[in-house]
Design a binder for this molecule. Structure first.
Ligand SMILES: Nc1nc2c(ncn2[C@@H]2O[C@H](COP(=O)(O)OP(=O)(O)OP(=O)(O)O)[C@@H](O)[C@H]2O)c(=O)[nH]1
Ligand SMILES: [Mg+2]
Length: 545
């Protein structure tokens, strides 16, 4: 009996879809040959399903002389296949089709796809209608083309009938193929032919031995059908099994489902075990901190502080010396960081050690994430989370520059107040000076002095001039002190804004790609499970069929 096994969770179309999507993710990440095998399986399944499931391609496979052609004739009921003593006999595949005329017609595209030219129309048999029996060349003669043809047909068949005999049933060549078929048990029949050559006891022993060997190959529930193609003994049992398979029209789907499972299993073996890799907020903080340190942020905040002090001096300084503050270039403009500037800053390029620190921060971030993940994910995640050095440098530079450029560089209102006071005091100084100059001139021309008002016993012009100078200097001293506090505050908030921008860059260039890679990995593992991955089916050589 063909065992159809446990009903898998998903039907073939869903399994195929899962494999198709898994391959997209696996591309470039998992073993290239396994990805290629998966693609091949999907393409073959699409091709086979296009021809429907009403015909079942049953391939007669086995060593030369095992009796494949004789058994074909026995099943057909007449001599359609050449049998012989001279080995090997069959050199090209013969297809025998059961059914009515329409069935034969309908099977033509399928046989064209299979590229089998010799076709025999058997006729109608209610049990076997829909069966396409393929008498295939051997796999073990010296003729290499026979083996290639056998493998080609086995690749496309829906059902395998492995024919062996008491002499050859333990041959390594046969069991090498059978081992590839782990996972294909539902579509595998094993025939022990030439039963007529053995006594009932020897036949039972031989059958038991072959059953044991099959179990070793991974075909644990395979049943051996002992028969004689020559005498016809036991052939009815094979006919019954074939009839059941053809009626159920399940072999096409079961064969493809087994292929999909094998392909998924190989990819799953590459993809490793599933293990959660969580990105914590504090890890992103540490990463962002590490990157801020690599941006030359100190030079920037120094420039912000210096710029603030310079602006404060220009706004609140002593009017008679205020112009001097404007002679020096503005620190922010010098770094190309003033409001309205664009493009790269003139910050010095990060030093070697700064870059090493930045890359170290990136590496620590990815390293702790991939710790404990199976290959290839540590390398894949590291690569996803390692931005190009120049890109990272440019983006960090822009992040810092934008933070400062869009940062509030407006001058506080109280600066204007103190500035106005300074002008008033300067006006008093000038007025006092002019007044005194007039008095001096009058005295010089011996014109009698007009009465000069006094305050606290000092002439008002003198008081205005000296008091204005003294108060102006004191006010500019106080202004400088207050500007220092403003400068510190501005530097602090510029640093905060720059750090926020750097964090956004870290999220975009490092965290998000890493997240996407980890999500892709989880998705891939799920898809492979859906496609029917099973560790028992992993045999690299499965693609030989
Ligand atoms: N005694 C005995 N001989 C058989 C039986 N089946 C086949 N033979 C003989 O085994 C020889 C080979 O049979 P074939 O049917 O040509 O074998 P084949 O597997 O098609 O061989 P290739 O086409 O070379 O791969 C022939 O001489 C058959 O008569 C059987 O059940 N009993
Ligand atoms: Mg033959």
């Amino acid at each position: 009996m063909i065992s159809f096994g446990k009903e898998p969770r998903l039907e073939l179309p869903s399994q195929l879809e899962a494999l198709r999507e898994a391959i997209e993710i696996a591309e470039g990440r998992l073993d290239e040959s396994h990805v290629a095998f998966g693609r091949h399986v999907v393409a073959k399944a699409d091709d086979r399903l296009r021809h429907g499931t009403s015909h079942t391609l049953a391939a007669m496979l086995g060593a030369t002389g095992s009796g494949k052609s004789t058994l074909t004739n026995a099943l057909v009921g007449s001599t359609v296949a050449t049998t012989g003593v001279r080995r090997p006999t069959t050199s090209s595949t013969l297809a025998c089709v059961w059914g009515n005329d329409e069935d034969f017609e309908a099977g033509t595209p399928l046989l064209d796809w299979l590229e089998v030219a010799s076709r025999h129309f058997v006729g109608s048999d209610p049990l076997l209608n829909g069966l396409v029996l393929l008498d295939v060349p051997d796999h073990d003669s010296v003729v290499v083309s026979h083996r290639l043809e056998m493998e080609r047909i086995a690749e496309h068949a829906d059902l395998f009938i492995w024919v062996t005999d008491p002499e050859k049933y333990a041959d390594a060549a046969l069991h090498r193929y059978l081992r590839f078929l782990a996972g294909h048990e539902a579509v595998t029949l094993v025939v022990l032919n030439k039963a007529d050559q053995l006594s009932p006891q020897d036949l039972a022993a031989c059958k038991a031995d072959l059953t044991r060997l099959l179990a070793n190959d991974g075909l644990k529930s395979a049943e051996v059908i002992a028969l004689s193609a020559l005498t016809g003994d036991g052939v009815d049992r094979l006919v019954a099994d074939l009839g059941e398979a053809v009626q159920a029209q399940r072999a096409v789907v079961d064969r493809l489902r087994a292929d999909v499972s094998v392909a998924a299993s190989e990819l799953a073996a590459d993809a490793g075990r599933s293990k959660e890799a969580k990105i914590r907020n504090r890890d992103i903080d540490t990463l962002a901190d590490g990157l801020v340190g690599a941006t030359g942020i100190d030079a920037v905040t120094d420039a912000v502080a210096g710029g603030t002090r310079r602006d404060a001096a220009a706004a609140m300084g002593w009017p008679f010396t205020r112009w001097a503050a404007k002679l020096r270039p503005h620190p922010l403009r010098r770094l190309h960081l003033d409001r309205g500037s664009a493009g790269r800053t003139s910050l010095p390029s990060p030093s070697g050690s700064q870059l090493v620190r930045a890359e170290g921060a990136v590496r620590s971030f990815t390293d702790q994430l991939v710790d404990g993940l199976d290959a290839p994910w540590p390398a894949v995640v590291r690569q996803a989370g390692t931005p190009d050095r120049d890109v990272l440098r440019d983006r960090l530079d822009t992040a810092v520059a934008n933070a400062v450029r869009t940062h509030n560089q407006a001058k506080p209102k109280w600066w204007a107040g103190i500035g106005a006071l300074q002008w008033l005091l300067a006006l008093a100084v000038v007025a006092g000076f002019v007044w005194l100059a007039v008095l001096f001139a009058l005295d010089w021309f011996r014109v009698p002095d007009p009465p000069t008002p006094q305050l606290f016993g000092i002439a008002v012009p003198t008081l205005a001039m000296l008091g204005g100078v003294a108060l102006g200097l004191v006010l500019s001293f106080i202004g400088r002190k207050l500007a220092t506090i403003s400068a510190k505050r501005a530097a602090r908030s510029a640093r905060k804004a720059a750090a926020a921008n750097v964090r956004a860059v870290a999220e975009e260039l490092i965290v998000e790609p890493v997240k996407a890679e980890l999500a892709g990995r989880d998705r891939l593992l799920n898809l492979l499970r859906e496609a029917g991955a099973d560790p028992r089916f992993v045999a690299d050589t499965a693609r030989a069929l």
